[in-house]
Design a protein around this ligand. Structure first.
Ligand SMILES: NC(=O)c1ccc[n+]([C@@H]2O[C@H](COP(=O)([O-])OP(=O)(O)OC[C@H]3O[C@@H](n4cnc5c(N)ncnc54)[C@H](OP(=O)(O)O)[C@@H]3O)[C@@H](O)[C@H]2O)c1
Length: 508
Protein backbone atom coordinates (compact mmCIF):
# COMPACT_ATOMS: atom_id res chain seq x y z
CA UNK A 1 0.00 0.00 0.00
CA UNK A 2 1.43 3.37 -0.92
CA UNK A 3 2.10 6.07 1.62
CA UNK A 4 1.98 9.04 -0.66
CA UNK A 5 4.20 11.50 1.18
CA UNK A 6 7.29 9.29 0.75
CA UNK A 7 6.69 8.33 -2.82
CA UNK A 8 8.08 9.42 -6.12
CA UNK A 9 6.13 10.10 -9.31
CA UNK A 10 4.79 7.07 -11.18
CA UNK A 11 6.38 6.04 -14.48
CA UNK A 12 5.36 7.78 -17.71
CA UNK A 13 2.01 6.58 -18.98
CA UNK A 14 -1.21 7.32 -20.83
CA UNK A 15 -4.42 7.42 -18.84
CA UNK A 16 -7.56 6.86 -20.88
CA UNK A 17 -10.77 8.01 -19.20
CA UNK A 18 -13.96 6.52 -20.65
CA UNK A 19 -16.83 8.83 -19.66
CA UNK A 20 -14.68 11.97 -19.93
CA UNK A 21 -17.64 14.31 -19.86
CA UNK A 22 -19.29 12.58 -16.90
CA UNK A 23 -19.80 13.61 -13.33
CA UNK A 24 -17.15 11.36 -11.83
CA UNK A 25 -14.46 12.63 -14.19
CA UNK A 26 -15.28 16.26 -13.50
CA UNK A 27 -15.90 16.07 -9.77
CA UNK A 28 -13.35 13.51 -8.66
CA UNK A 29 -10.89 12.17 -11.24
CA UNK A 30 -9.52 15.40 -12.72
CA UNK A 31 -9.46 17.20 -9.31
CA UNK A 32 -7.57 14.19 -7.91
CA UNK A 33 -5.03 14.49 -10.76
CA UNK A 34 -4.65 18.19 -9.98
CA UNK A 35 -4.02 17.32 -6.32
CA UNK A 36 -1.46 14.73 -7.37
CA UNK A 37 0.25 17.44 -9.43
CA UNK A 38 0.51 19.67 -6.34
CA UNK A 39 2.21 16.91 -4.36
CA UNK A 40 4.58 16.21 -7.28
CA UNK A 41 3.03 12.80 -7.86
CA UNK A 42 1.84 12.99 -11.43
CA UNK A 43 3.95 11.06 -13.94
CA UNK A 44 6.58 13.37 -15.41
CA UNK A 45 5.35 12.34 -18.81
CA UNK A 46 1.62 11.83 -19.11
CA UNK A 47 -1.11 11.71 -21.75
CA UNK A 48 -4.66 12.10 -20.55
CA UNK A 49 -7.14 10.89 -23.14
CA UNK A 50 -10.85 11.47 -22.59
CA UNK A 51 -13.29 9.25 -24.49
CA UNK A 52 -16.97 10.19 -24.58
CA UNK A 53 -19.73 10.45 -27.19
CA UNK A 54 -20.21 14.13 -26.49
CA UNK A 55 -18.57 16.12 -29.25
CA UNK A 56 -15.87 18.37 -27.86
CA UNK A 57 -12.45 19.67 -28.71
CA UNK A 58 -9.63 19.03 -26.26
CA UNK A 59 -9.76 22.72 -25.27
CA UNK A 60 -13.48 22.52 -24.59
CA UNK A 61 -12.97 19.41 -22.49
CA UNK A 62 -10.19 20.90 -20.37
CA UNK A 63 -12.11 24.20 -20.11
CA UNK A 64 -15.20 22.37 -18.85
CA UNK A 65 -13.39 20.38 -16.18
CA UNK A 66 -11.44 23.47 -15.15
CA UNK A 67 -14.72 25.19 -14.28
CA UNK A 68 -15.65 22.26 -12.05
CA UNK A 69 -12.24 22.30 -10.41
CA UNK A 70 -12.61 26.01 -9.68
CA UNK A 71 -15.94 25.36 -7.95
CA UNK A 72 -14.48 22.53 -5.88
CA UNK A 73 -11.48 24.58 -4.78
CA UNK A 74 -13.70 27.56 -4.00
CA UNK A 75 -15.37 25.48 -1.27
CA UNK A 76 -12.02 25.68 0.57
CA UNK A 77 -11.57 29.33 -0.40
CA UNK A 78 -8.87 28.31 -2.86
CA UNK A 79 -8.21 29.36 -6.42
CA UNK A 80 -6.71 27.35 -9.25
CA UNK A 81 -2.92 27.56 -9.41
CA UNK A 82 -2.43 28.17 -13.12
CA UNK A 83 1.02 26.57 -13.33
CA UNK A 84 -0.29 23.39 -11.70
CA UNK A 85 -3.41 23.33 -13.82
CA UNK A 86 -1.25 23.70 -16.93
CA UNK A 87 0.59 20.52 -15.93
CA UNK A 88 -2.73 18.64 -16.11
CA UNK A 89 -4.38 20.53 -18.98
CA UNK A 90 -1.38 20.24 -21.29
CA UNK A 91 -1.76 16.44 -21.18
CA UNK A 92 -5.45 16.40 -22.13
CA UNK A 93 -6.71 15.12 -25.48
CA UNK A 94 -10.38 14.48 -26.20
CA UNK A 95 -11.51 11.62 -28.42
CA UNK A 96 -15.14 11.73 -29.39
CA UNK A 97 -16.56 8.24 -29.85
CA UNK A 98 -19.20 5.73 -28.89
CA UNK A 99 -18.16 3.03 -26.40
CA UNK A 100 -20.08 0.46 -28.41
CA UNK A 101 -18.42 1.11 -31.78
CA UNK A 102 -15.19 -0.70 -32.76
CA UNK A 103 -14.11 2.37 -34.71
CA UNK A 104 -13.67 4.28 -31.40
CA UNK A 105 -11.06 1.74 -30.31
CA UNK A 106 -9.26 1.77 -33.66
CA UNK A 107 -8.89 5.56 -33.41
CA UNK A 108 -7.89 5.25 -29.76
CA UNK A 109 -5.15 2.81 -30.71
CA UNK A 110 -3.74 5.22 -33.30
CA UNK A 111 -3.90 8.11 -30.85
CA UNK A 112 -2.17 6.08 -28.13
CA UNK A 113 0.61 5.03 -30.51
CA UNK A 114 1.09 8.62 -31.61
CA UNK A 115 1.18 10.09 -28.09
CA UNK A 116 3.37 7.25 -26.87
CA UNK A 117 5.98 8.08 -29.46
CA UNK A 118 5.80 11.84 -28.97
CA UNK A 119 5.90 11.74 -25.18
CA UNK A 120 7.90 8.61 -24.49
CA UNK A 121 5.24 6.80 -22.48
CA UNK A 122 6.87 3.38 -22.66
CA UNK A 123 3.67 1.74 -23.88
CA UNK A 124 2.12 2.11 -20.41
CA UNK A 125 -1.64 2.62 -20.38
CA UNK A 126 -4.15 2.90 -17.55
CA UNK A 127 -7.76 2.62 -18.74
CA UNK A 128 -10.36 4.10 -16.39
CA UNK A 129 -14.01 3.07 -16.92
CA UNK A 130 -15.73 6.13 -15.40
CA UNK A 131 -19.00 5.04 -16.95
CA UNK A 132 -22.30 3.44 -15.99
CA UNK A 133 -21.83 -0.23 -15.11
CA UNK A 134 -23.78 -1.42 -18.15
CA UNK A 135 -20.71 -0.44 -20.23
CA UNK A 136 -18.05 -2.27 -18.18
CA UNK A 137 -18.20 -5.55 -20.10
CA UNK A 138 -18.60 -3.78 -23.47
CA UNK A 139 -15.57 -1.54 -23.03
CA UNK A 140 -13.36 -4.31 -21.64
CA UNK A 141 -14.41 -6.60 -24.50
CA UNK A 142 -13.81 -3.98 -27.18
CA UNK A 143 -10.43 -3.06 -25.69
CA UNK A 144 -9.57 -6.76 -25.72
CA UNK A 145 -10.69 -7.26 -29.32
CA UNK A 146 -8.66 -4.22 -30.39
CA UNK A 147 -5.56 -5.75 -28.77
CA UNK A 148 -5.26 -2.81 -26.39
CA UNK A 149 -5.10 -4.57 -23.06
CA UNK A 150 -2.46 -7.09 -23.89
CA UNK A 151 0.96 -5.43 -23.94
CA UNK A 152 2.53 -8.26 -25.94
CA UNK A 153 0.09 -8.00 -28.83
CA UNK A 154 0.03 -4.25 -28.85
CA UNK A 155 1.04 -1.97 -31.63
CA UNK A 156 1.22 1.00 -29.24
CA UNK A 157 4.83 0.39 -28.37
CA UNK A 158 6.99 -2.52 -29.46
CA UNK A 159 8.65 -2.64 -26.04
CA UNK A 160 5.39 -3.56 -24.31
CA UNK A 161 4.56 -1.56 -21.18
CA UNK A 162 1.80 -2.10 -18.62
CA UNK A 163 -1.93 -2.22 -19.35
CA UNK A 164 -4.28 -1.74 -16.41
CA UNK A 165 -8.02 -1.30 -16.16
CA UNK A 166 -9.93 0.53 -13.41
CA UNK A 167 -13.50 -0.66 -12.91
CA UNK A 168 -15.87 1.64 -11.05
CA UNK A 169 -18.72 0.51 -8.86
CA UNK A 170 -21.16 -1.17 -8.78
CA UNK A 171 -19.42 -4.43 -9.58
CA UNK A 172 -22.51 -6.51 -10.36
CA UNK A 173 -25.99 -6.44 -8.83
CA UNK A 174 -25.90 -9.93 -7.40
CA UNK A 175 -23.67 -12.97 -7.39
CA UNK A 176 -24.55 -14.11 -10.92
CA UNK A 177 -23.91 -10.69 -12.51
CA UNK A 178 -20.66 -10.20 -10.56
CA UNK A 179 -19.47 -13.63 -11.72
CA UNK A 180 -20.45 -12.87 -15.30
CA UNK A 181 -18.60 -9.54 -15.22
CA UNK A 182 -15.50 -11.15 -13.73
CA UNK A 183 -15.60 -13.84 -16.40
CA UNK A 184 -15.89 -11.22 -19.10
CA UNK A 185 -12.99 -9.12 -17.77
CA UNK A 186 -10.83 -12.16 -17.21
CA UNK A 187 -11.35 -13.28 -20.80
CA UNK A 188 -9.18 -10.38 -21.93
CA UNK A 189 -7.17 -9.34 -18.87
CA UNK A 190 -5.23 -11.06 -16.14
CA UNK A 191 -6.43 -10.53 -12.57
CA UNK A 192 -3.37 -8.39 -11.77
CA UNK A 193 -4.35 -5.92 -14.52
CA UNK A 194 -7.80 -5.27 -13.01
CA UNK A 195 -8.38 -2.59 -10.33
CA UNK A 196 -11.93 -2.79 -8.89
CA UNK A 197 -12.53 0.43 -7.03
CA UNK A 198 -14.27 0.77 -3.71
CA UNK A 199 -13.80 4.47 -3.02
CA UNK A 200 -14.22 3.88 0.74
CA UNK A 201 -10.76 2.36 0.65
CA UNK A 202 -9.39 5.67 -0.60
CA UNK A 203 -10.24 7.28 2.72
CA UNK A 204 -7.28 7.94 4.99
CA UNK A 205 -9.09 6.73 8.08
CA UNK A 206 -9.99 3.41 6.50
CA UNK A 207 -6.35 2.85 5.59
CA UNK A 208 -5.44 3.93 9.09
CA UNK A 209 -7.30 0.94 10.55
CA UNK A 210 -4.45 -1.23 9.37
CA UNK A 211 -1.86 1.18 10.77
CA UNK A 212 -3.68 1.29 14.10
CA UNK A 213 -3.92 -2.48 14.35
CA UNK A 214 -0.59 -3.56 12.99
CA UNK A 215 1.80 -0.68 13.70
CA UNK A 216 1.02 -0.55 17.43
CA UNK A 217 1.87 -3.14 20.04
CA UNK A 218 -1.06 -1.94 22.12
CA UNK A 219 -4.13 -3.00 20.18
CA UNK A 220 -3.47 -6.33 18.51
CA UNK A 221 -3.14 -8.35 21.75
CA UNK A 222 -6.64 -7.26 22.80
CA UNK A 223 -8.17 -7.50 19.31
CA UNK A 224 -10.00 -10.77 19.83
CA UNK A 225 -12.88 -12.60 21.51
CA UNK A 226 -11.11 -12.59 24.91
CA UNK A 227 -11.37 -8.82 25.18
CA UNK A 228 -13.96 -7.67 22.65
CA UNK A 229 -17.67 -8.07 23.33
CA UNK A 230 -18.95 -6.98 19.93
CA UNK A 231 -18.36 -4.55 17.05
CA UNK A 232 -20.80 -2.03 15.57
CA UNK A 233 -20.22 -0.57 12.12
CA UNK A 234 -22.39 2.35 11.07
CA UNK A 235 -22.56 4.13 7.73
CA UNK A 236 -25.35 6.67 8.22
CA UNK A 237 -26.37 9.36 5.78
CA UNK A 238 -28.66 12.26 6.57
CA UNK A 239 -29.44 12.92 2.91
CA UNK A 240 -32.25 11.15 1.06
CA UNK A 241 -32.10 9.75 -2.46
CA UNK A 242 -32.04 13.25 -3.94
CA UNK A 243 -32.07 12.99 -7.75
CA UNK A 244 -31.07 9.31 -7.79
CA UNK A 245 -34.56 7.82 -7.33
CA UNK A 246 -34.37 5.74 -10.51
CA UNK A 247 -31.00 4.28 -9.58
CA UNK A 248 -32.06 3.64 -6.00
CA UNK A 249 -35.30 1.91 -6.97
CA UNK A 250 -33.17 -0.66 -8.81
CA UNK A 251 -30.58 -0.91 -6.07
CA UNK A 252 -31.62 -0.29 -2.45
CA UNK A 253 -29.47 0.19 0.64
CA UNK A 254 -28.22 -3.38 0.91
CA UNK A 255 -26.84 -3.65 -2.63
CA UNK A 256 -25.58 -0.07 -2.63
CA UNK A 257 -23.60 -0.20 0.60
CA UNK A 258 -23.16 -3.63 2.17
CA UNK A 259 -21.23 -6.01 -0.13
CA UNK A 260 -18.77 -3.25 -0.94
CA UNK A 261 -18.25 -0.47 1.64
CA UNK A 262 -19.48 -2.10 4.84
CA UNK A 263 -17.85 -5.44 4.13
CA UNK A 264 -14.56 -3.68 3.41
CA UNK A 265 -14.78 -2.03 6.82
CA UNK A 266 -15.47 -5.45 8.36
CA UNK A 267 -12.49 -6.90 6.50
CA UNK A 268 -10.13 -4.14 7.67
CA UNK A 269 -11.30 -4.63 11.25
CA UNK A 270 -11.46 -8.41 11.36
CA UNK A 271 -8.76 -9.77 9.03
CA UNK A 272 -5.73 -11.53 10.46
CA UNK A 273 -2.39 -9.69 10.34
CA UNK A 274 -0.82 -10.11 6.88
CA UNK A 275 2.82 -11.17 6.62
CA UNK A 276 3.53 -7.95 4.70
CA UNK A 277 1.72 -4.89 3.37
CA UNK A 278 1.97 -6.33 -0.13
CA UNK A 279 -1.31 -6.37 -2.04
CA UNK A 280 -1.46 -10.15 -2.36
CA UNK A 281 -0.72 -10.78 1.31
CA UNK A 282 -3.43 -8.36 2.43
CA UNK A 283 -5.96 -9.64 -0.10
CA UNK A 284 -5.29 -13.22 0.98
CA UNK A 285 -6.09 -12.33 4.59
CA UNK A 286 -9.26 -10.50 3.57
CA UNK A 287 -10.36 -13.49 1.48
CA UNK A 288 -9.82 -15.79 4.47
CA UNK A 289 -11.96 -13.49 6.60
CA UNK A 290 -14.82 -13.50 4.08
CA UNK A 291 -14.69 -17.29 4.05
CA UNK A 292 -15.13 -17.34 7.81
CA UNK A 293 -18.33 -15.24 7.84
CA UNK A 294 -21.29 -17.42 8.70
CA UNK A 295 -23.95 -17.46 5.92
CA UNK A 296 -26.62 -14.81 6.56
CA UNK A 297 -30.26 -15.74 7.07
CA UNK A 298 -33.31 -13.48 7.04
CA UNK A 299 -33.45 -13.53 10.82
CA UNK A 300 -30.02 -11.81 10.89
CA UNK A 301 -31.20 -8.80 8.90
CA UNK A 302 -33.60 -5.88 9.15
CA UNK A 303 -34.77 -3.59 6.37
CA UNK A 304 -36.31 -0.15 6.61
CA UNK A 305 -37.64 2.68 4.52
CA UNK A 306 -37.82 6.32 5.54
CA UNK A 307 -41.04 8.20 6.06
CA UNK A 308 -41.40 11.98 6.13
CA UNK A 309 -39.69 13.65 9.07
CA UNK A 310 -37.30 16.33 10.20
CA UNK A 311 -33.59 16.24 9.51
CA UNK A 312 -31.71 19.04 11.21
CA UNK A 313 -34.17 21.90 10.93
CA UNK A 314 -35.58 20.78 7.62
CA UNK A 315 -38.89 19.03 7.06
CA UNK A 316 -38.28 16.34 4.44
CA UNK A 317 -40.50 13.99 2.51
CA UNK A 318 -41.00 10.25 2.58
CA UNK A 319 -38.99 8.01 0.23
CA UNK A 320 -42.15 7.00 -1.60
CA UNK A 321 -42.81 10.61 -2.59
CA UNK A 322 -39.31 11.32 -3.88
CA UNK A 323 -38.90 11.88 -7.65
CA UNK A 324 -38.78 8.67 -9.74
CA UNK A 325 -39.80 6.48 -6.79
CA UNK A 326 -42.88 4.25 -6.96
CA UNK A 327 -45.66 5.30 -4.54
CA UNK A 328 -45.82 1.75 -3.16
CA UNK A 329 -42.07 1.11 -3.37
CA UNK A 330 -40.79 -1.84 -1.33
CA UNK A 331 -37.17 -0.76 -1.75
CA UNK A 332 -35.18 -0.48 1.48
CA UNK A 333 -33.37 2.73 2.36
CA UNK A 334 -31.99 1.14 5.53
CA UNK A 335 -30.38 -2.21 6.26
CA UNK A 336 -28.99 -3.65 9.48
CA UNK A 337 -27.51 -7.06 10.13
CA UNK A 338 -25.76 -9.30 12.56
CA UNK A 339 -22.68 -11.06 11.23
CA UNK A 340 -20.77 -13.80 12.91
CA UNK A 341 -17.25 -14.72 11.96
CA UNK A 342 -16.47 -18.35 12.59
CA UNK A 343 -12.78 -18.27 13.29
CA UNK A 344 -10.51 -18.53 16.30
CA UNK A 345 -10.24 -14.78 16.81
CA UNK A 346 -13.89 -13.80 16.49
CA UNK A 347 -16.03 -16.80 17.51
CA UNK A 348 -18.86 -15.47 19.68
CA UNK A 349 -18.19 -11.79 18.85
CA UNK A 350 -21.06 -10.44 16.72
CA UNK A 351 -20.46 -7.71 14.18
CA UNK A 352 -23.55 -5.50 13.87
CA UNK A 353 -23.75 -3.47 10.67
CA UNK A 354 -26.20 -0.74 9.74
CA UNK A 355 -26.53 1.74 6.94
CA UNK A 356 -29.30 4.02 5.83
CA UNK A 357 -30.46 7.26 4.33
CA UNK A 358 -32.25 10.08 6.12
CA UNK A 359 -30.84 9.10 9.49
CA UNK A 360 -30.24 11.54 12.32
CA UNK A 361 -26.68 12.46 11.27
CA UNK A 362 -24.09 11.70 8.65
CA UNK A 363 -21.54 9.46 10.27
CA UNK A 364 -19.32 6.51 9.43
CA UNK A 365 -17.66 4.72 12.31
CA UNK A 366 -16.42 1.40 13.57
CA UNK A 367 -17.15 1.03 17.29
CA UNK A 368 -15.43 -1.74 19.20
CA UNK A 369 -16.95 -2.53 22.56
CA UNK A 370 -14.71 -4.21 25.06
CA UNK A 371 -15.91 -6.66 27.66
CA UNK A 372 -17.23 -5.25 30.88
CA UNK A 373 -14.84 -5.16 33.84
CA UNK A 374 -15.85 -7.31 36.83
CA UNK A 375 -17.65 -4.75 38.95
CA UNK A 376 -17.39 -6.38 42.36
CA UNK A 377 -15.16 -3.52 43.43
CA UNK A 378 -17.81 -0.97 42.56
CA UNK A 379 -20.86 -2.41 44.28
CA UNK A 380 -22.16 1.06 44.99
CA UNK A 381 -22.26 1.88 41.29
CA UNK A 382 -25.40 0.61 39.60
CA UNK A 383 -24.36 -1.75 36.82
CA UNK A 384 -26.24 0.15 34.17
CA UNK A 385 -24.16 3.24 34.94
CA UNK A 386 -20.88 1.41 34.61
CA UNK A 387 -20.30 1.65 30.92
CA UNK A 388 -17.94 -0.68 29.11
CA UNK A 389 -14.91 0.62 27.26
CA UNK A 390 -15.29 1.56 23.61
CA UNK A 391 -12.75 2.23 20.89
CA UNK A 392 -14.35 4.26 18.13
CA UNK A 393 -12.69 4.61 14.77
CA UNK A 394 -14.34 7.53 13.11
CA UNK A 395 -14.17 7.49 9.32
CA UNK A 396 -16.26 10.62 8.66
CA UNK A 397 -16.83 13.40 9.55
CA UNK A 398 -14.23 14.52 12.16
CA UNK A 399 -11.91 11.66 11.26
CA UNK A 400 -10.12 10.26 14.26
CA UNK A 401 -10.08 7.77 17.10
CA UNK A 402 -11.81 7.97 20.44
CA UNK A 403 -11.30 5.74 23.46
CA UNK A 404 -14.08 5.74 26.05
CA UNK A 405 -13.31 4.38 29.48
CA UNK A 406 -14.37 4.81 33.09
CA UNK A 407 -12.72 7.28 35.44
CA UNK A 408 -13.36 8.33 39.00
CA UNK A 409 -15.47 11.42 39.35
CA UNK A 410 -13.67 13.93 41.64
CA UNK A 411 -14.99 13.98 45.20
CA UNK A 412 -14.98 11.91 48.35
CA UNK A 413 -17.21 9.16 46.94
CA UNK A 414 -15.90 6.40 44.65
CA UNK A 415 -18.21 7.31 41.79
CA UNK A 416 -17.41 6.50 38.18
CA UNK A 417 -18.04 8.25 34.94
CA UNK A 418 -17.39 7.37 31.32
CA UNK A 419 -14.78 9.73 29.83
CA UNK A 420 -13.06 9.97 26.46
CA UNK A 421 -9.56 10.31 25.07
CA UNK A 422 -9.61 11.65 21.58
CA UNK A 423 -7.31 11.86 18.58
CA UNK A 424 -8.47 13.98 15.66
CA UNK A 425 -6.63 13.90 12.37
CA UNK A 426 -7.02 17.58 11.77
CA UNK A 427 -5.36 18.43 15.09
CA UNK A 428 -2.23 16.43 14.30
CA UNK A 429 -1.69 16.43 10.59
CA UNK A 430 -1.73 19.12 8.01
CA UNK A 431 -3.65 17.24 5.39
CA UNK A 432 -3.11 17.86 1.72
CA UNK A 433 -6.39 18.85 0.03
CA UNK A 434 -7.95 15.69 -1.36
CA UNK A 435 -11.13 14.48 -3.01
CA UNK A 436 -10.51 10.87 -1.97
CA UNK A 437 -9.38 9.45 -5.32
CA UNK A 438 -5.73 10.58 -5.14
CA UNK A 439 -4.33 7.51 -3.40
CA UNK A 440 -6.45 5.16 -5.51
CA UNK A 441 -5.32 6.67 -8.83
CA UNK A 442 -1.73 6.94 -7.67
CA UNK A 443 -1.73 3.29 -6.60
CA UNK A 444 -3.04 2.23 -10.02
CA UNK A 445 -0.32 4.25 -11.70
CA UNK A 446 2.36 2.48 -9.68
CA UNK A 447 0.66 -0.91 -9.86
CA UNK A 448 -0.22 -1.36 -6.18
CA UNK A 449 -3.49 -3.26 -5.90
CA UNK A 450 -3.75 -3.35 -2.09
CA UNK A 451 -6.75 -1.05 -1.93
CA UNK A 452 -8.64 -2.77 -4.73
CA UNK A 453 -10.88 -5.77 -4.65
CA UNK A 454 -9.91 -9.10 -6.11
CA UNK A 455 -12.44 -11.15 -8.10
CA UNK A 456 -12.90 -13.75 -5.35
CA UNK A 457 -13.54 -11.05 -2.71
CA UNK A 458 -16.25 -9.41 -4.76
CA UNK A 459 -17.94 -12.74 -5.38
CA UNK A 460 -17.64 -13.81 -1.73
CA UNK A 461 -19.32 -10.58 -0.64
CA UNK A 462 -22.20 -11.05 -3.09
CA UNK A 463 -22.55 -14.70 -2.07
CA UNK A 464 -23.03 -13.59 1.54
CA UNK A 465 -25.86 -11.17 0.81
CA UNK A 466 -27.47 -13.30 -1.91
CA UNK A 467 -29.90 -15.18 0.42
CA UNK A 468 -31.08 -11.85 1.82
CA UNK A 469 -31.58 -10.28 -1.60
CA UNK A 470 -33.56 -13.32 -2.71
CA UNK A 471 -35.59 -13.48 0.50
CA UNK A 472 -36.43 -9.77 0.46
CA UNK A 473 -37.37 -9.85 -3.21
CA UNK A 474 -39.82 -12.69 -2.50
CA UNK A 475 -41.68 -10.91 0.30
CA UNK A 476 -43.31 -7.52 0.59
CA UNK A 477 -42.22 -5.62 3.69
CA UNK A 478 -45.32 -5.19 5.84
CA UNK A 479 -44.57 -2.01 7.76
CA UNK A 480 -42.93 0.27 5.18
CA UNK A 481 -42.26 3.12 5.72
CA UNK A 482 -41.01 2.12 9.15
CA UNK A 483 -38.74 4.93 10.33
CA UNK A 484 -39.12 8.67 10.36
CA UNK A 485 -36.56 10.74 8.47
CA UNK A 486 -34.13 12.17 11.01
CA UNK A 487 -34.49 9.22 13.40
CA UNK A 488 -32.01 6.44 14.19
CA UNK A 489 -33.72 3.85 11.98
CA UNK A 490 -36.52 1.29 12.42
CA UNK A 491 -37.30 -0.18 15.83
CA UNK A 492 -36.79 -3.68 14.42
CA UNK A 493 -33.07 -2.82 14.20
CA UNK A 494 -33.09 -2.20 17.95
CA UNK A 495 -34.72 -5.59 18.46
CA UNK A 496 -31.91 -7.22 16.50
CA UNK A 497 -29.45 -6.17 19.23
CA UNK A 498 -31.90 -6.38 22.12
CA UNK A 499 -32.18 -10.11 21.37
CA UNK A 500 -28.52 -10.36 22.36
CA UNK A 501 -28.93 -8.03 25.35
CA UNK A 502 -27.20 -5.16 23.52
CA UNK A 503 -28.11 -1.82 22.02
CA UNK A 504 -26.87 0.44 19.23
CA UNK A 505 -24.70 3.44 19.91
CA UNK A 506 -26.45 6.72 19.26
CA UNK A 507 -25.94 8.11 15.78
CA UNK A 508 -24.27 11.41 16.50
N1 LIG B 1 -20.58 10.58 -9.95
C1 LIG B 1 -20.07 10.21 -8.81
O1 LIG B 1 -19.93 10.97 -7.87
C2 LIG B 1 -19.62 8.78 -8.63
C3 LIG B 1 -19.05 8.41 -7.40
C4 LIG B 1 -18.59 7.11 -7.25
C5 LIG B 1 -18.68 6.22 -8.31
N2 LIG B 1 -19.27 6.58 -9.48
C6 LIG B 1 -19.33 5.60 -10.59
O2 LIG B 1 -18.63 6.16 -11.70
C7 LIG B 1 -19.21 5.74 -12.91
C8 LIG B 1 -19.55 6.96 -13.75
O3 LIG B 1 -20.50 7.75 -13.08
P1 LIG B 1 -20.90 9.21 -13.58
O4 LIG B 1 -21.82 9.75 -12.55
O5 LIG B 1 -19.69 10.00 -13.93
O6 LIG B 1 -21.72 8.86 -14.94
P2 LIG B 1 -22.12 9.85 -16.08
O7 LIG B 1 -22.18 11.25 -15.54
O8 LIG B 1 -23.32 9.25 -16.74
O9 LIG B 1 -20.89 9.79 -17.09
C9 LIG B 1 -20.75 8.91 -18.14
C10 LIG B 1 -20.33 9.66 -19.39
O10 LIG B 1 -20.31 8.73 -20.48
C11 LIG B 1 -21.06 9.28 -21.57
N3 LIG B 1 -21.66 8.18 -22.34
C12 LIG B 1 -22.84 7.55 -22.10
N4 LIG B 1 -23.06 6.60 -23.02
C13 LIG B 1 -22.01 6.65 -23.87
C14 LIG B 1 -21.65 5.90 -25.03
N5 LIG B 1 -22.41 4.90 -25.49
N6 LIG B 1 -20.51 6.20 -25.65
C15 LIG B 1 -19.71 7.20 -25.20
N7 LIG B 1 -20.01 7.95 -24.12
C16 LIG B 1 -21.12 7.67 -23.45
C17 LIG B 1 -22.10 10.13 -20.89
O11 LIG B 1 -22.62 11.08 -21.79
P3 LIG B 1 -24.18 11.55 -21.66
O12 LIG B 1 -24.45 11.74 -20.21
O13 LIG B 1 -24.20 12.82 -22.44
O14 LIG B 1 -24.97 10.43 -22.27
C18 LIG B 1 -21.29 10.78 -19.79
O15 LIG B 1 -20.58 11.89 -20.26
C19 LIG B 1 -20.43 4.89 -12.53
O16 LIG B 1 -20.04 3.55 -12.54
C20 LIG B 1 -20.73 5.34 -11.10
O17 LIG B 1 -21.36 4.30 -10.36
C21 LIG B 1 -19.73 7.85 -9.65
Amino acid sequence: MSTISHKSPPPPCAMVIFGANGDLTKRLIVPALYNLARTGLLPKSLALIGVDHNKKTSQEWSGGVKEFLAQILAKNSEEIDDALWQQVASCMTFLSGDFEKPDTYARLKDLLADLDEKRGLGGNVLFYMAVADRFFATIAGKLGEAGLVSAEASSINKEGGFRRLIVEKPFGHDLASARALNACLLKYLKEEQIYRIDHFLGKETVQNIMALRFANGLFEPIWNRDRIDHVQITVAESIGVETRGKFYEATGALRDMVPNHLFQLVAMTAMEPPVSFDAEDIRAKKAEMFKAIHPLTLSDVVRGQYDAGIVGDERVKAYRTEPNVAPESAVETYAAMRLTIDNWRWAGVPFYLRTGKRLAKRTTEIAIRFKQAPYALFRETPVEELDADWLILRVQPDEGIRLRFNAKRPGPAMALESVAMEFKYKDYFKQAPAVGYETLIYDCLIGDATLFQRADQVEAAWALVEPVLTGWAATTPRHFPNYAAGSEGPSAANDLLARDGRSWRRIN
